[in-house]
Ligand binder design. Structure first.
Ligand code: ASP
Ligand code: MG
Length: 425
């Protein structure tokens, strides 16, 4: 009899009917002989609605109060879920993140888990109850204030609890049947990936695939906690996120070179035009960006024009941080002596990811050929050992995903992907 941690996303518990359906599923797992710990997200679009509400009363809601407000979303779902389970005749007890022992740093809105002390959870399941934990939240070790882990953070709560409880598996339930070779919302021929390594999942998540919270995969990799990503709307086996060795073993017959195509529409591009090509310029530019706490992604510096010895530097960053970055950079204009700044938020990023690409040449060429045949213009390129990413016009993201998916034979003959719920918001 092992411990199973199950996490249900907002779309799985969007309304009372969803809550009852999930309650039944949890009870079934309990009846199968497991000790069950459940992590739950806020119902439907509750978190977004709470953010809208905060913005209505204040243009800049204080971070401490915003966290206090947002954690209310998960409190609602944990309590109603516990009620629904009790109504089915099984004991269930709900706990806030703080009660469950999720200890974080003090960074409101993006707190990091530094320790998990799940004494109350262990006691509850030890007494035969089902424990329900509010996802996405914790309590700061230093300030004792309530914190949130960042959007989508319930996944991380689930994995962290699974690790602390030495669970057999962390099951993450959403409204799709697993991890797909591309987002089924824009690639109808997307196929479900049966097994994928932590590393590939990290790349997919970092490149915008909205499958799992990035930090949850990092956490799972660090402690080797297998994640089973599956739908709460079907009984189908989902995708197992496991060690690379375990994927290789399973796929020994014929490993796919490319595992999936990810896309991201949340980025913007800044170009610094006419930067003097001499030592230290890039350093002062990116020091300013770093000091403004901007998470930049791709950086491209063009070869300087011989006549002027001026160069252009472009980089991508999350759109939400665009304003801050532009302000920080314009302060440097005089000291660095560049000509101008350009801001473009109508870009998107498309990436191909696959552990097999490090050992097979010609992958980039095939990708770029497919884009060119689809009439997609590439604005920037970056690569890692297991990924090739391009920045394209936002209007061409879909065409680029479809082209890459076809070029690497990722599509299935039948339509496999079912999107059961969710507004995709
Ligand atoms: N409710 C939070 C959000 O929507 C956390 C989560 O869903 O994991 O971001
Ligand atoms: Mg949510």
């Amino acid at each position: 009899m092992g411990i199973v941690v199950q996490k249900y996303g907002g779309s799985s518990v969007a309304d009372a009917a969803g809550v009852k359906r999930v309650a039944q599923r949890i009870v079934n797992t309990k009846k199968a002989g497991h000790q069950v710990v459940v992590v739950v997200s806020a119902m439907g679009d509750t978190t977004d609605e709470l953010i809208d509400l905060a913005n209505e009363v204040s243009p800049l809601p204080p971070a401490r109060e915003l966290d206090m407000l947002l954690t209310a979303g998960e409190r609602i779902s944990m309590a109603v879920l516990a009620m629904a389970i009790q109504n089915l005749g099984h004991e269930a007890r709900s706990f806030t993140g703080s009660q469950a022992g999720v200890i974080t740093d003090a960074a409101h809105g993006k707190a990091k888990i530094i320790d998990v002390t799940p004494g109350r959870i262990e006691a509850a399941i030890g007494e035969g109850a089902i424990a329900i934990v509010a996802g996405f939240q914790g309590v700061s070790q230093t300030t004792k204030d309530i914190t949130t882990l960042g959007r989508g953070g319930s996944d991380t709560t689930a994995v962290a609890l699974a690790v602390a409880l030495k669970a057999d598996v962390c099951e993450i339930y959403s409204d799709v049947d697993g991890i797909f070779t591309a987002d089924p919302r824009i690639e109808p021929r997307a196929r479900k990936v049966p097994r994928i390594s932590y590393e590939e999942t990290l790349e997919m998540a970092a490149q915008g695939a909205k499958i799992l919270h990035l930090r949850c995969v990092e956490y799972a990799r660090r402690y080797d906690m297998p994640i089973h990503v599956r739908s709460s709307f079907s009984e189908k086996e989902g995708t197992w996120v496991v060690k690379a060795e375990d994927v290789a073993q399973e796929n020994s017959m014929e490993a796919a070179i490319i595992t999936g195509v990810a896309h991201d529409r949340s980025q913007a591009k800044i170009t610094i035009v006419g930067v003097p090509d001499k030592p230290g310029e890039a350093a002062s530019i990116f020091r300013a960006v770093a000091d403004a706490q901007i998470n930049l992604d791709m950086i491209v510096q063009n070869v300087s024009a011989a006549a002027t010895s001026l160069t252009d530097i472009s980089f991508t960053l999350p759109r939400g941080e665009g304003q801050t970055a532009m302000t920080a950079l314009s302060r440097l204009q005089e000291s660095v002596g560049f000509d101008s700044l350009q801001y473009d938020d109508s870009v998107g990023k498309v990436s191909i990811v696959g552990a097999g690409m490090s050992s097979s040449p010609g992958i980039s060429a095939r990708f770029f050929e497919a884009l060119s045949e689809a009439g997609v213009n590439i604005e920037m390129i970056s690569t890692s050992e297991i990924r090739v990413s391009v920045v394209v016009a936002e209007t061409q993201v879909e065409a680029a995903v479809n082209a890459a998916h076809a070029a690497f034979d990722l599509g299935s003959d039948e339509i496999e992907a079912v999107v059961y719920g969710g507004t995709g918001r």
